[in-house]
Design a binder for this molecule. Structure first.
Ligand SMILES: Nc1ncnc2c1ncn2[C@@H]1O[C@H](COP(=O)(O)OP(=O)(O)OP(=O)(O)O)[C@@H](O)[C@H]1O
Length: 268
């Protein structure tokens, strides 16, 4: 594992360029002997729609968990709009909306209660929360299920209600781990519209995804991660270098298996 001394992101002096929405500095994490994230540094420009892609087990979820204050890094740190996530967690978390992967929700609440709770927890006014909850549930096609317990939601509905909880306080930075997993195409299109409008008005979105086509169409920047390291990062056009993102991903990451073996699978 490599170690880098974390340095706060310097405000860029070039006109029009501000402090990045998210700066990762030398993030590293080991689980037993397994190095999940190996000294990863990355700057996500404010106002960008940033995709993070990588093969299974690449370290995406571990990186995003450390970036958002959910998992303490062994080395390194993260800055959200210049605020150190691990030194000033409350201040940093106020700026963020997070859709974590695989974290349990308070699923004995109804969808409406869960999103309201997320807003009230952020100290928001009760009437504002009620209004936003209604609008968010309608925008995410969850209106008719507002009174259903989250434990009884489908996987896609659960993803959408968790997304609503991340959006309720209108954060400056949204960090969404696999936001489209299990979500139907109509809802996915609605979510993309919401996120496009959010970015157009100056917000920053970071999404992790395995769907290259989606990332190529939706994001303006992308980072490719494998084995806990950053293989490439930049605008989508820079990273794909004239090829499809999917082809470029396979070239960068490797790991295509030859189809020898498994002959028994053709013996039925
Ligand atoms: N809590 C944990 N305990 C032990 N090992 C872990 C833990 N969390 C992650 N790992 C390991 O760390 C590595 C990175 O996992 P991570 O979940 O960050 O990958 P990922 O890129 O999000 O994968 P996927 O695309 O499959 O969701 C994997 O080898 C995984 O087995």
């Amino acid at each position: 594992m490599t170690f880098q001394q974390p340095r706060p992101p310097a405000p860029d002096d070039r006109p029009g360029l501000a402090v990045p929405a998210l700066s990762l500095r030398g993030l590293a994490k080991r689980f037993g002997d397994k190095i999940a994230v190996d000294g990863l540094s990355l700057d996500v420009p404010a106002g960008s729609f940033y995709g993070i892609v990588g093969p299974n087990g690449a370290g995406k979820t571990t990186t995003l968990s450390m970036a958002t204050g959910l998992l303490r890094p062994e080395f390194g740190t993260a800055f959200v709009h210049g605020v150190d996530v691990w030194k000033h967690p409350l201040e940093a978390k106020r700026l963020m909306g997070i859709l974590p992967d695989g974290v349990r929700l308070f699923d004995r609440l109804t969808g409406e209660q869960l999103v309201s709770y997320a807003g009230l927890l952020r100290g928001m006014d009760k009437d504002v929360v009620a209004r936003r909850v209604k609008e968010l549930l309608a925008a995410l096609d969850l209106g008719p299920d507002a009174g259903t317990l989250v434990v009884d939601y489908s996987a896609g509905m659960t993803k959408k209600i968790a997304l609503a909880s991340a959006l309720i306080h209108a954060p400056r930075l949204l960090v969404l781990d696999e936001p489209f997993e299990s979500v139907d195409p109509v809802s996915a299109a609605n979510i993309r519209d919401i996120l496009d409008r959010y970015v157009a008005s100056g917000g920053t979105v970071i999404v992790s995804s395995h769907v290259m086509d989606l990332v190529q169409r939706m994001c303006d920047h992308v980072a490719v991660v494998a084995a806990g390291r950053l293989l490439a990062a930049g605008t989508v056009d820079e990273v794909r270098a004239g090829e499809s993102l999917e082809d470029r991903f396979v070239q960068l990451v490797g790991g295509r298996n030859h189809t020898e073996g498994l002959e028994w699978l053709r013996t039925f």
